[in-house]
Design a protein around this ligand. Sequence first.
Ligand code: FES
Ligand code: FE
Length: 471
Amino acid sequence: MRGNEVDAEQIRELVDIPNGVASRSIFVDEELYRRELKEIFGRGWLMVGHESQVPEPDDFMLSRMGEESVILTRDRQGELHVLLNSCRHRGMKVCRFDKGNTRLFTCPYHAWSYTTDGALVDRAGGLFGVPGWKTHYHEALDKKEWGLISVAQMRNYKGTIWATWDIDAPPLEEYLGSFRYWLDSALNSRSGEEGGSTVLVGVQKWRVKCNWKFAPTNFIGDAAHAVSHKSVNLANISPSGSGRRDERAKGHYAFGWPELGHGGLGFTPRPEEEWEQGSVFGRFPEVSEYFREVFEKRKVERAGETHYQGKGTIFPNTSFHEDQPRTIIVHHPNGPEETEFWRYYLVDADAPEFVKDTLRHYFMTYSGPGGMTEQDDLENWLYASDASKGMIARQFPYNYQQGLGYSEPFDGYPGSVWCGYRETEQNQLIFLKRWSEFMQGWNWDELMHRTPRPDYVPFPLKSTEATEEAR
Ligand code: FES
Ligand code: FE
């Protein structure tokens, strides 16, 4: 056990798994937020960017990990790095451009200079390196000791770049468990081919006055909020076509990983005719034909699978859509009452230009702050945050009882449970269960369930007898 026992006990009481309720203070409290930065964003695997954003030697892009500003770089030798964007001398940001190419990050404050692998330049005196290294530091400053801070671990996973500040964190693949196959599906629409995606145009970024957890707990499987998106159906710009959001509920299921905190909505393989009727790209015949071919290929590759992956959330703050359009959205915390959203739009790297062009226009009208759907969600999260922070409001818990006790183990993905219909809050509760485990200060052996804990709260499942009866 790490941290303070009394605090851990108080935190344990905030999420009541068996009864499906959680304290609102989780979404509004400043002290809990500070603890999240340390226990969750200081330890978990966070998505930083995509390799296609830094294709050439000395390319860089700014990103974030929790509240920390970091730089994703490709050094002169082609190796990727994730570096803290803070000068080792007095903390100034050494990089203030969103992206670019440079041989050196020269700090604007006193001109310490770093190469794109983070090293403090090993050159005495002059404009670069450490000014005055010979004359004023008397050659005593050990430049090897004062490079930019690097993350403890970094992983390039099929083009996406992930990092953690914790050297003891398990490898990313173990952290993802079998939920990894869902991410694979989002990263490559043709699962048999490696490295098939690139980020289309730039990253869309916007800030909203809401707690960061509203977004991942929405993306993890809040099917019931489809009512918020009626405007999209009326305008017939939903990727699944007009009215389909409700109809497709029949073939959709919630899958969650109670021991890892990830989850999403999956679906049964769709017949060909459903694709034809449902695709919003039907109005662009060439684009529709491209996606139909991709879909056909995927169907062959996945022959025999009973369920496909869909949208979901990787604990703590990365969500994605697997189906067209494929996007990744990272929810960066900006204090307990503000979130900065970063949305990456993915497209097959070798897709024809007309497909990329159509998608670019589509993304702008459908997603992002200027799109149709995002505004619906943002409004819900903004007002929910605002109406939960009052001294009276925060005394009453949120309700997560939808479908509670109707989940059962799913053999297709080791470690997962599923609910036979998608209108369930099992995944939101699974996310909060994981939140509680991190926040109580469990160590990695405990978090990865290598060491059993006496106070472990199992996720409520349908009893075997009840399941058999239902069959
Ligand atoms: Fe960067 Fe002084 S703060 S050189
Ligand atoms: Fe939504």
